[in-house]
Each structure stands twice: as structure tokens, then as C-alpha cells.
Design a protein around this ligand. Structure first.
Ligand code: NAD
Length: 364
């Protein structure tokens, strides 16, 4: 199979972690018989410096035509004083909107070796493995009317049946591949829009009798995430609640440097680490490349439809950590701290090992 991937490395540590992810992408694609063509374009501050805008029409058009986009991170203090629509971060919103990616997927898995890196107690988070499915192109961030005056400001939270149905179906399909449980999060005790959300989710659930559905109010969900995160499998929620809950989820796992994401639409797909451009460590060769590499694993699952290849990448990451290697952000007692490049080489080495074991018939 042939595939075209556009990489948008961006700013700060973006280029460092994207280069790492592309190495893994090429290695695994080759092993699984994919011919991958990679095109690289500037985005964010890098694009502002070259072209005066955070995202050019040409880059956007190439992204639309690609099978998937892999983004590093954008932003940095040198562009902070620009007007909102010219800031590096404006590129992210434009990309999501123009690619029609309505579902943001953030898996949160606590690696056994790193359970101590979380700010929560190890006994609470050990074994945590859930995914937040957040609606990305509707809800209060986009509803009309909206406005800002001296004496009042207002936004509107609207969800249409079509919007809720498509994200709910995606969440239920995902649950079928996991532990078959969906927790739909809303504020139906107060908001009509949430009661509507709940009704549509109940309708969709009828097509998935094998999946257990529970509803949870968002305030309770925030508490449950830090009290008992192991109870969750797939968390389905709207745009604003998802924004907040996925960050809490991130905190559970320890470091931002570990968290990948996928934003999916009917045809477009955008993969990116959850973290930003981390200007404080840019160029120091200490950035953790795992979030970007795990984003490539999501690409193998959702764009290439080869979950087995994704599992190889995921296992390679876990083995590397289990052998005690880490970047400084996730350093734990007794660990061997390595650079970004070394971490990538170690993960690539594990990928080779796992592939060899597979060839020789060792079950993994
Ligand atoms: P950040 O995620 O860049 O950094 C927060 C902290 O986490 C920093 O201490 C950083 O060193 C650390 N960190 C982040 N990723 C890491 C990694 N891979 N390895 C090791 N440590 C890592 O968030 P911030 O400091 O609030 O924002 C910096 C810039 O990034 C801002 O301009 C912001 O707007 C932008 N930003 C971009 C995105 C994106 O591109 N998707 C997301 C968030 C923030």
C-alpha cells in the first residue's frame, strides 16, 4: 500500500520529536510493506518567519490531499505579541477545521515503570488504561450567537443530532476493540443541550448491545478520574468537557511527553503529541519523543488500519521504559537518563527485536 504523510514539525521541540517519529514511521512502514512518502512543511512560528502567516494555503491544500498529517508543536515567546489570528496557535484551529477532524482521541495509559512519576498515588493509577473521545468541531467553542461587550459576554452551546451521532458511533466502535464500556460525560442535570446529548447517545447505544453504557455528570467525572481512573475504558464527551477532562487524564499518566493524540474526520486525520513546543528545553536534546512516536502508533491503527503494527510500537516503548531508560522529564530512581536521539535508537532497537521474535514464531 502507498501512503502520503505530511509532517508539520513546527516550533521549539516540535522538529526534534517529529524527526524521531518519522524514523519510527519509516521503519515500521517498511516492515509492514507500506510505501510511505513524507512531505515536510513549516507551520506555526516557522511558517510566520518564512511566509508571514502561521499556515499557508499551499500547506493546507497539501494536508487536505495527504492520507494523514503528523504535527510536532507550535508556538513560542518570539510570536506571543502577534494578534490572535496571526499567532502560531491559529494554525492548529485552522487545520482542525479545514480537515474536518471532529473526533479527538487521547489514550491515557499508565506505564508500570512510570507509575511513580504521576502526582497521584501509585496504587490509584496502576493499571489505568482509558481513552478520551472528545467532540472537536461543535459545542460551545463554535455555537452562535457569541459576543463580548463591556457589561456582558456570551457563548452558545449547541449540538446537532448528526454531530452527536457520529462521535458516539466512533466511541462505541472503539469500545468494541477494548473493554466494551463507554462512559458518556455531560451536565444533563442542568443543561438542555446535555439532555439532548444523552438521548442521542442512548439511541446510538442500541446498535451496540455488546457495549455497556453509563452516563456521568462532568463534575463527578473529574473527581472519579483522580479517585479511581481504572474504572474508565472509553470516555465520550463534548468539546469543552473533553478539553478539561483530557488534561486531567494527562496528569494521571505523569508527563506530557508521553501523551499522543489523533484527530479524526470522515477523510482527514491529524496526529500530534499533546504537549506544546516546550521552548524551555528546545535544542537541548532532552525532549521526550514518546508522545510523538505513540502518535505514529495511532496512525497505524486509524489511518493504515494495521493495529498489529501499532501494538509493536507500543510494546517497543514499554520495553524500553521497562529496561530503565528515560528522558529527564520522566526520570525515576535508578533510571538511565538518555537524550532524545538515544531514546529513539533504543525504541527502534526494540522494534527490530519484536519483529524478529514475531518472525521466529515467538508469541508476543
Ligand atoms: P508545553 O507543553 O510546551 O510545556 C509544558 C512543560 O512540559 C514544559 O516544562 C516542558 O519542558 C515540558 N514538556 C512538554 N513536552 C515535553 C516533552 N516532549 N519532553 C519533555 N518535557 C516536555 O506547554 P507550555 O509551556 O504551556 O507552552 C509552550 C508553547 O507551546 C506555547 O507557545 C503554547 O501556546 C504552545 N502549545 C502548543 C501546543 C500544540 O502545538 N499543540 C499545545 C500546547 C501548547
Amino acid at each position: 500500500m502507498k501512503a502520503t504523510i505530511v509532517t508539520l514539525p513546527g516550533d521549539g521541540i516540535g522538529p526534534e520529536v517529529t524527526a524521531a517519529a518519522v524514523k519510527v514511521l519509516r521503519t515500521v512502514a517498511e516492515r509492514w510493506g507500506f510505501q510511505v512518502t513524507v512531505w515536510e512543511y513549516p507551520v506555526g512560528g516557522a511558517s510566520i518567519d518564512r511566509f508571514g502567516v502561521p499556515l499557508t494555503d499551499e500547506t493546507l491544500e497539501i494536508c487536505r490531499r495527504a492520507d494523514a498529517v503528523l504535527l510536532g508543536a507550535v508556538g513560542g515567546p518570539e510570536w506571543d505579541d502577534l494578534p490572535q489570528q496571526l499567532k502560531p496557535e491559529a494554525a492548529l484551529l485552522a487545520l482542525r477545521r479545514e480537515l474536518g477532524v471532529y473526533a479527538n482521541i487521547r489514550p491515557v495509559k499508565v506505564f508500570p515503570t512510570l507509575a511513580g512519576a504521576s502526582s497521584l498515588k501509585t496504587k490509584i493509577i496502576r493499571g489505568t488504561d482509558f481513552v478520551v473521545v472528545r467532540e472537536l468541531t461543535g459545542g460551545i467553542y463554535f455555537g452562535q450567537p457569541r459576543g463580548l461587550q463591556t457589561e456582558r459576554g456570551w457563548n452558545t452551546m449547541v449540538y446537532r443530532r448528526r454531530e452527536v451521532e457520529r462521535i458516539a458511533r466512533l466511541a462505541f466502535r472503539m469500545a468494541l476493540e477494548r473493554r466494551r464500556k463507554v462512559t458518556s460525560v455531560d451536565k444533563a442535570n442542568v443543561l438542555e443541550v446535555s439532555r439532548f446529548w444523552r438521548e442521542v447517545v442512548n439511541d446510538v447505544a442500541r446498535d451496540f448491545p455488546e457495549v455497556t453504557l453509563e452516563h456521568m455528570y462532568v463534575d463527578n467525572a473529574a473527581m472519579q478520574l483522580v479517585m479511581n481512573p481504572r474504572q474508565f475504558d472509553v470516555i465520550l464527551t463534548g468539546n469543552m468537557f473533553g478539553d478539561i477532562l483530557s488534561d486531567i487524564g494527562g496528569a494521571v499518566s505523569g508527563s506530557l511527553g508521553l501523551l499522543p493524540s489523533a484527530s479524526l474526520g470522515d477523510s482527514g486525520a491529524l496526529y500530534e503529541p499533546v504537549h506544546g513546543s516546550a521552548p524551555d528545553i528546545a535544542g537541548k536534546k532532552v525532549a521526550n519523543p514518546i508522545a510523538a512516536i505513540a502518535s505514529v502508533a495511532l496512525m497505524f491503527t486509524h489511518t493504515f488500519k494495521v493495529p498489529e503494527a501499532a501494538a509493536v510500537i507500543q510494546q517497543a516503548i514499554e520495553h524500553t521504559l521497562a529496561e530503565g531508560y528515560c528522558t529527564p522529564d520522566i526520570a525515576f530512581p535508578g533510571a538511565k537518563t538518555v537524550s532524545t536521539d538515544d531514546m529513539v535508537q533504543l525504541i527502534l532497537h526494540q522494534i527490530e527485536n519484536i519483529q524478529e521474535e514475531r518472525k521466529s514464531g515467538v508469541i508476543i
